[in-house]
Design a protein around this ligand. Structure first.
Ligand SMILES: [Cu+2]
Length: 236
């Protein structure tokens, strides 16, 4: 039986996090999968999928001492909808301001890409059983889905039939587009995992640096990667 994992299954849980009551200064994102952003981004909530990471700052000094603040997961049901509870103390607040500029990130350019590769993340048969495939192929240790030259830039177009948090080893990437639009509100900075939604098509830019070798990319839903939704890339 194919497991249609999505928002509720424990090993493939997506999160939509917010604070209740909401902080007057919003939730300030300063980092993501691959480190600091170039500048802080203010959110009223954060959506994330398995393997994704966000570094955030919350200024609790705007709450009255004694206020109870709950971290809510709007994708959760029953107890899974409540993640964490804070009680604001009466300590003196620090005089701290988030810098307008956090880091410098080189912007990968479409014009530098030497190839566009397309990968489909879809359900399919694996040895006569229901499974999950990348471009119609189940994972095999010996087959190579992409031969890549070190120190080159590529565009990868990723198509999904369902929720697939696609995780690529070795080199971080930048999200170029989702559908006909630009990157989503949670796509900024160096990513190593993109949260693809059902029926979505996304484009990412990857500069393959680091070390030559054989690496994998895969869906990070546990059941999907265990059911063959993984492939090899080789960098030479
Ligand atoms: Cu998946």
């Amino acid at each position: 039986m194919r497991c249609r994992v999505g928002t509720a299954t424990p090993d493939a849980r997506r999160l939509s996090l917010r604070l209740d009551p909401a902080p007057p200064s919003a939730i300030t994102q300063i980092g993501t999968d691959g480190g600091l952003l170039t500048e802080p981004i203010r959110h009223d909530h954060l959506e994330l999928a398995p393997a994704q990471r966000f570094d955030v700052l919350v200024d609790f000094s705007h709450y009255a001492p004694g206020t109870g603040v709950t971290l809510i997961n709007d994708f959760g049901t029953t107890a899974m909808g409540q993640v964490m509870r804070f009680v604001v103390g009466d300590g003196r607040s620090q005089n701290f301001k988030v810098p307008d500029r956090l880091s410098t990130i080189p912007v990968l350019r479409t014009a530098d890409a030497i190839v566009t590769r397309k990968f489909d993340f879809r359900a399919g048969d694996v040895n006569d059983h229901d499974g999950w495939l990348i471009s119609q192929a189940p994972f095999s240790p010996d087959s190579i889905a992409a031969h890549i030259r070190l120190d080159t830039t590529e565009i990868w177009q990723l198509n999904a039939d369902f929720h697939h948090p696609v995780h690529i080893h070795l080199s971080p990437f930048q999200v170029l587009a989702r559908g006909s639009g630009g990157p989503g509100p949670f796509d900024a900075g160096w990513k190593d995992t993109i949260d693809l939604r059902p029926g979505e098509q996304a484009k990412i830019l990857i500069h393959f640096d680091g070390y030559p070798g054989k690496y994998v990319f895969h869906c990070h839903n546990l059941e999907h990667e265990d059911m063959a939704m993984m492939a090899n890339l080789v960098v030479t």
